[in-house]
Ligand binder design. Structure first.
Ligand code: VG1
Ligand code: CO
Length: 541
């Protein structure tokens, strides 16, 4: 086996976004594209020599080929060992757990997460550091800088490694350990939650439906919910990972998981419903007749955390991404704990978790997690809910009604305008930015602006500053609208408009009705329709 030193040229736009590098699959398949990026990861982290990495992906189209390329390149650059999930599969939280548990130097996760897969879909690569979490900005910048200077990459000439059997393999001088993708993760869940209480809940006739959306969580959910906890065969639907996710869009929200929503809205539907995304780090929570918004779910988990064995002594603090609703802040205030506000993307929670300043973190996009790993974790959130329901012995609808009664309700919705022209999107954001100095005190659609700014984050642990993280406009009475552009899309730009208002009465409204004035104000401020020609959002969650 010889090591090839292949000459290459920098490829433009290999800049990691909110969560790794995401591109159309066909772009990743272009000669040298994946290779350039992987070599740049090695450069960005100071070399692969002697290191141990964890490697796996969500099973989407091109996963199998890409895994082999990464293995050959790790061997060629002197990595000592790569721990890889059987058949090249690992959910994002399971990869995070393995990196931590095995004290690896880092990990590569092949996934474009909630983006559709397939030859015409998207593919992605994420690099995680030794704490198990997404590479922070400093590491991502170093990787990006390397992509702009690369002149050659190193790859081993070798046959494909058979990843179908658990055990040890070798290419060149590098050892490859093929592991069961589920075992360590399932063991971790058992340490955190009261499995006996959850099993008893299922034995009492509690019915659940988990939609794995043909993505990575199928095998995890079957092993934990059906086999270990006795939820019964058939609880997990769409449970076999498929390279194109069954032509679906593996984003667990009421639009893309409509099949589940319909079942849950039936008066005879199951007691509890949940779904997860492409790489298993997001969650959608439903009860019979009720969809729980991710922001509310995060707040409810925080409020009930001490019912879970791992959090019985309380939370050291909590954190949420800036656009996530302020429902969490109300709980933190009552508990007397710190509540941090970070930019969008899990990489900003890592320092807080490492420093013990936050135990629980979450995002409005259906990501929730804790200090058990350094990623958001879909199935963990589902088990958290089950643990609470098993202990409190009430329904999801009752639990949320009780929560809103105690804390008030933050009505919340996100309106996405996908695939708009990048130039128009940039102008729209610039238009908002230009208004910022004079917005306070102005009346818009009958609401008065109390203050407005562009969010910048000063990390309290490492002192780094991250600017340009979304424009936020607060109104008198606690309402708010936030505008930002997505950093995970692969076509044009996606404008995300996050809408929120606070109520202590009339707690049963449709969020779109409760938010009607703020929706009007958002359009007036950003001139969405005038600038984009769009009369309505592409996706409302
Ligand atoms: C989106 C979400 C963000 C999440 C990110 C990665 O980013 O808004 O909250 O962390 O996806 O999630 P953006 O930049 O498109 O708004 V995952 O599960 O797709 O890795
Ligand atoms: Co994801």
């Amino acid at each position: 086996m010889s090591i090839l030193n292949v000459k290459t040229n920098p490829i433009a736009n290999q800049k990691p976004g909110t969560s790794g590098l995401r591109k159309k699959t066909r772009v990743f398949q272009e000669p040298g594209f994946l290779e350039n990026f992987i070599q740049s990861i090695w450069t960005g982290i100071g070399g692969a020599q002697g290191k141990t990495f964890v490697l796996g992906g969500d099973g989407r189209f091109f996963n199998a080929e890409a895994i082999q390329t990464v293995l050959r390149m790790a061997a060629a650059s002197g990595a000592a060992r790569v721990i890889v999930g059987q058949n090249g599969l690992l959910s994002t939280p399971a990869a995070s757990n393995l990196i931590r548990k095995r004290k690896a130097d880092g990990g590569i996760i092949l996934s474009a997460s909630h983006n559709p897969g397939g030859p015409d879909g998207d593919f992605g690569v994420k690099y995680n550091i030794a704490n198990g979490g997404p590479a922070p900005e400093s590491v991502s910048s170093a990787i990006h800088a390397a992509t702009e200077e690369i002149g050659a990459y190193r790859i081993l000439e070798s046959a494909d490694v058979d990843l179908s059997e658990i055990g040890i393999a070798q290419i060149g001088r590098m050892e490859i350990e093929i592991v069961d993708p589920v075992a360590d993760y399932a063991a971790l869940m058992e340490e955190i939650f009261d499995f006996d209480a959850i099993s008893a809940l299922f034995q009492s006739g509690f019915r659940m439906r988990f939609d794995a959306m043909h993505a990575i969580t199928g095998p995890y959910a079957k092993a934990i919910l059906e086999t270990r906890l006795g939820a019964g065969a058939g609880t997990v639907t769409n449970g076999t990972p498929l390279p194109d996710f069954g032509q679906g869009h593996p984003d667990p929200n009421p639009i893309w998981a409509k099949e589940l929503v319909d079942v849950m809205m039936d008066p005879d539907g199951p007691d509890f419903g949940a779904a997860s995304d492409g790489d298993g780090d997001r969650n959608m929570i439903m009860g019979r007749g009720i969809y729980v918004t991710p922001s509310d779910s995060l707040a409810a988990l925080a409020a009930n955390a001490t019912l879970v064995p791992a959090y019985k002594d309380g939370l050291s603090g909590v954190a949420r991404s800036m656009p996530t609703s302020l429902a969490l802040d109300r709980v933190a205030e009552k508990l007397g704990i710190e509540c941090h506000e970070t930019p969008t993307g899990w990489k900003f929670f890592g320092n807080l978790l490492d420093a013990g300043r936050a135990t629980l973190c979450g995002e409005e996009s259906a990501g929730t997690g804790s200090n058990h790993v350094r990623e958001k974790d879909g199935l963990w959130a589902v088990l958290f809910w089950l643990n609470i329901l098993a202990t409190r012995k009430i329904s999801v609808a009752e639990l949320m009604a009780d929560h809103w009664q105690s804390y008030g309700r933050n009505y919340y919705s996100r309106h996405d305008y996908e695939g708009i022209d990048s130039g128009i999107a940039a102008d729209l954001m610039q238009g908002l930015r230009a208004q910022l100095p004079d917005l306070a005190g102005r009346s818009v659609a009958g609401l008065t602006v109390s203050n407005a700014d562009e969010f910048a984050y000063d990390d309290p642990i490492d002192g780094s500053r991250t600017e340009g993280q979304g424009i936020r406009i607060h109104f008198d009475g606690g309402a708010r609208v936030v505008f930002r552009l997505s950093g995970t899309g692969t076509v044009g730009a996606t404008l995300r408009v996050y809408l929120e208002c606070f109520a202590t009465e009339a707690l049963d409204q449709n969020p779109q009705d409760a938010l009607a004035d703020i929706i009007t104000a958002a359009d007036e401020l950003a001139q969405i329709e005038a600038r984009t020609g769009r009369k309505r959002p592409t996706v409302i969650t």
